[in-house]
Design a protein around this ligand. Sequence first.
Ligand SMILES: Cc1cc2nc3c(=O)[nH]c(=O)nc-3n(C[C@H](O)[C@H](O)[C@H](O)COP(=O)(O)O)c2cc1C
Length: 432
Amino acid sequence: MNSWRILTDHDVSLEDLLKVEPLSYKAYLQKGGYAGLNKAIETLGPSGVLEAVKSSGLRGRGGAGFPTWKKWDFVVQQKETERYLCCNAAEDEPGTFKDRFLLRTNPHQLIEGVILAAYAIGASEAYIYINGRYEQEIQFMEEALQESKAQGHWGKMPSSPGLGVSLKICPSPGTYVAGEETALLEVIEGKVAKPRQKPPYYPAMHGLFGKPTVVNNAESISNIPGIVREGTERFRSIGTNSSPGTMIFTLTGDVNRPGLYELPLGTPLRTLIEDCGGGIKDGAVLKAFFPGGPSTSILPANQVDVPLDFDTLKEAGSGLGTGAVIVMAEEACMIRAAIEYTRFFARESCGQCPPCELGTVHLAEILEKIESGSGSEKEIDQVMQVCTMIKGRGQCFLLTGAAIAVESIFHHFREEFEQHVNIGRCPFAIQH
Ligand SMILES: Cc1cc2nc3c(=O)[nH]c(=O)nc-3n(C[C@H](O)[C@H](O)[C@H](O)COP(=O)(O)O)c2cc1C
């Protein structure tokens, strides 16, 4: 049988990463650590930090690429003065483990970013929400948190809004949906990880404990100390005009060297696959790739030179998502890939929206029938019917993400669906 399947951080060799000791407090200070926080307190003030993030052009690395400063500004504009900051390191999407790397290698950078973000929005409490499976990273983060508190970077002076902030770690249940921003709020409030109805529960207005809240991804937040310390020009000198800075790409799938690669935004996908990933496994030919994780549309091999940035990928009909680049070689069965993702989304559905819980299972069953060779034209038509029916439904993006993945596979590889039906078996299965 064709063996293509989705990879997670369990599969990719993380040996090197798991050997990495976190950068110590002292080493972080030597690299300029906490200088951004001092600069913020001594000269910039909260509005100056927001202004710096605005002029840097930083966009969220958690999936949507939303301008970070805009989120902050929504919260700053609220009359309510009790505000919260949540740093999202829940990551549990297939092929995504960049936040784990950041938590592990440089916890103080993340902590400084959290303090700066809380300072900018006037939050008195901040939560670092970490995938509960990342036990060692949580431990490292706890130790770093206590160290930075002991050094007076937070928690000491309640009269000063920035330094008076209190920082806490909250483990997530380690499920995909628990990373959705309103499910995150539910978990921190001690409830089950189920997304809230939007509207009216937008975090900026009705967030944690009903108060204005910013939820930012861990990579977004890790960029903030550098922006504040070094100034925005340096940040803007990397990447493209509308997608400045770098992104940590998680390269998985059919490549020789899967792993994490930090590159300037706008770098062509070919560079990531060939120079960083050592090309396609066993000298095979590229067939397709997800540029931003399985909730973005798949793109065919002829798009291999597409620049990896938010706007170009959108124009190309896909998205940068979380930077999880998943590569498929010519012999991968695209229906098998569609099944793997649809089963993943079905498993991860929280069950509160019937179209999500039932629709994903139904879609997987149709795909399995086609892949096994027992499907007909009827099932082929049903694939798009079900995708159209479920897209845009449900309280969060999970269901739409599932539909987008399958729809895009169908759009680019429809002939494979026909082939399975016509020959009555998977053409990629090894014949004995
Ligand atoms: C099902 C689902 C799972 C998500 N998981 C994560 C996650 O693990 N980490 C994350 O930062 N964002 C995740 N998001 C996106 C968040 O809802 C939110 O947009 C993000 O944390 C905002 O951070 P940013 O503005 O810095 O990009 C998820 C969204 C959905 C729909």
